[in-house]
Design a protein around this ligand. Sequence first.
Ligand SMILES: [Zn+2]
Length: 482
Amino acid sequence: MSQDKALTTRAEDFSAWYNDVIARAELADYSPVRGCMVIRPNGYAIWEQMQGALDAMFKDTGHQNAYFPLFIPQSFLAREAEHVEGFAPETAVVTHAGGKELEEPLVVRPTSETIIYAMYAKWIQSYRDLPLLINQWANVVRWEMRTRLFLRTTEFLWQEGHTAHATEAEAEVETLMIMGLYRTFMEEWMAMPVITGRKTDSERFAGALRTYSCEALMQDNRALQAGTSHNLGQNFAKVFDVTFQTAEGQLDHVWNTSWGVSTRLVGALIMTHSDDRGLICPPRLAQWQVVIVPIYRSEEEQATVMEAANQLLHDLRAEQIRTHLDARDGLKPGAKYYEWEARGVPLRLEIGPRDVTAGSVMLARRVGAKKEPVSVVGIAKRIRQEMDDMQAALLRTARERREAASVRGISKAEFIARMEGEGGFVYGGYCGDAGCETEIKEQTKATIRVLPDAEFRSAVAPASCLWCGRPSVAEAVWAKAY
Ligand SMILES: [Zn+2]
């Protein structure tokens, strides 16, 4: 889109707004290959910040990174029945290479359980080799028919954790620990509140015993699955013969977990916080936390202002504040403000000749109160405080918005009306019958996002199924989802 055209507003068309925000902030672009996405430097920088935070959390909890091949023998995927059924329709398969037809076709990984557990079978012999805690940062390919930048693309970037344990209980502890880790990341870094819980069987990962998920609510009141963690049981261990000798000398299959988050989180971040002026990025994940814009008219003023601006840049960088000086000449300050706002930079410091004389700068915030002068003395501390405040305010605002769009104890008719109208999270009783779940999905397009963890459940458990009226076996959270 051209730089002078206003963004489509959220109220006009949320989906067009989302595309406009991405285009204006130069986060991503469409690729010549249908369904694929080019992640532009501004978008990739957010992903790199996400990677850095998550990677440190994985390592702090004992995981190591490794890398497994992009190509998987087709027969590997076929070994686990549910897994192949779940992924076969969307795999890309290489049949020819080096000018010849391959003896066995190779699948471009849609996920790496099969090839990783084939290797674990070689590496694990004894209980002393457990737990094995490995993560990989990689790209995967799932042939999608309907794609949207960041949210659903044929190729995407992600991390996939794969662990092996001696007991089911240890695998379950790992699965849930990762859920907690993801939630911490989403709330404390992305400022995006999530509901955690277990998926129903119809929504669970192909081949898993149990799948847990973090679910966020976007500004258009549609849910987004932000991260999943699977207890795979011994399904893959049996198929790939991953066995170990127990401390008692018995031979047993290992218990596996797998878990992942992807570049979809960049889409979630955009749809959680941004406004009609463009991207809003939480300070902890922003490529540039502060942008300095110098203001001058004459060459003499330019020299004075640029000297002060460079000093400020140096001082803030020395304090580990990610700072950029927009020294482009021939572009008016107002045009720069407009551009950096659309790119979601949390704080802007404007500095002109009078500010230099006064030993201050003008501080402008991407969200919240309007601009005010602040002294350059102690400015790093002030900026850190501003960023902490903004980070907390974004989470608070997003949580209030989510709660305002969540309802409990409504009737079937109200549920139908709500899913045709404003959407949001609906908490209600669920009879546990997959047929009921399917009927709801067919008639309203709403799915059970999770059977929520205790802390998210209603004070009084619902007595009957929201849809069929039979006794409820668990509270569920429904929404229309991305
Ligand atoms: Zn029911």
